[in-house]
Ligand binder design. Structure first.
Ligand code: NAP
Length: 267
């Protein structure tokens, strides 16, 4: 056994990349695990390795979170589990195809996984965590949530949902003892890129982070109490200024009269 026992963490998309690293790091931090993805073999191999190395209990749940019946099965399991202390909503995929060249069915599947599954799993765990006054929800967003011009727009939109949803969840759930963090990785060296049609080796030099470094930085951000963590951003003051401008502006976004620049004469 490694650290003090910290309850059960669920990691979606744990069969590879960022999710597999979260699984390993969280076990070392003292969590038992529930690992969710479609690839049974990869999940079982990872579960075996992690439990051998850490002595933690690791359960494998094979599910296609884009499938309504599978998702409902996972939601039912998680909503009943009073030992849950953390949910890492990580499963997701992207694409580099421009809007007009991307298949709308594939775009909908992306929203089902990146948005609907993440939202429904959050609903499955949050009431129990709130009742217990303890828990953490880590949602993997992306830098495209604030820079949607960089990749496919539906992908950017899905990650903007994750960002905004997490900001609002934190606002509502922090007073109930639940930590919420949205992680905004930049390019990270995983299968994500090959799956999306652009092998990671084709990215410009100097912009790609190793997945282990990204996850370690994100967990440091979690320990620091960050709600939004941008592992690659060198100067946090840049983010703080952006966030301060947003918060200040939000007080002036809803008024009874249109702004004078529109020249509307009201009665
Ligand atoms: P990855 O290696 O391709 O991992 C994706 C994970 O999601 C896999 O474990 C995959 O497992 C699982 N998954 C995919 N479809 C699923 C489904 N329908 N149901 C259940 N699980 C499913 O890529 P990654 O980079 O680690 O991606 C993890 C998250 O990071 C994603 O949300 C991605 O958008 C985000 N992200 C990645 C980058 C990057 O540059 N890599 C940057 C920003 C954000 P199975 O195939 O076994 O189901």
């Amino acid at each position: 056994m490694t650290s003090e026992y910290k309850g059960v963490a669920v990691v979606t998309g744990a069969s590879s990349g960022i999710g597999a690293l979260y699984a390993e790091r969280l076990a070392r931090r003292g969590h038992d695990l529930i690992l969710v993805a479609r690839s049974r073999d990869r999940l079982q191999a990872l579960a075996q390795r992690i439990s051998d190395e850490t002595g933690r209990a690791v359960e494998v749940v094979v599910a296609d979170l884009g499938d309504a019946a599978d998702l409902a099965r996972v939601e039912a399991q998680l909503s009943r589990d009073a030992s849950l202390t953390m949910l890492v909503n990580n499963a997701g995929f992207g694409t580099f195809a421009p809007l007009l060249e991307s298949d709308v069915g594939r775009m909908e599947a992306m929203i089902r996984l990146n948005v609907i599954a993440l939202m429904r799993l959050t609903y499955a765990v949050a009431p129990g965590m709130a009742a217990r006054g303890r828990g953490a929800i880590i949602n993997i967003s992306s830098i495209v949530s604030i820079a949607p011009e960089l990749l496919n727009g539906v992908y950017g939109g899905s990650k903007a949902f994750v960002h905004a949803f997490s900001t609002s969840l934190n606002h509502e759930l922090a007073p109930k003892g639940i930590r919420v963090q949205a992680v905004l990785p930049g390019a990270t060296a995983t299968d994500f890129w090959a799956t999306g049609g652009l092998p990671v080796e084709h990215l410009p030099e100097g912009i790609t982070m190793q997945a282990a470094d990204m996850v370690d930085a994100a967990l440091s951000g979690f320990d620091l109490g960050e709600v939004i963590t941008i592992p690659a951003l060198p100067d946090i003051e840049e983010w703080n200024a952006f966030e301060a401008a947003r918060r200040s502006m939000s007080a002036r976004l809803s008024r009874s009269l249109p702004a004078s620049r529109y020249g509307i004469v009201t009665n």
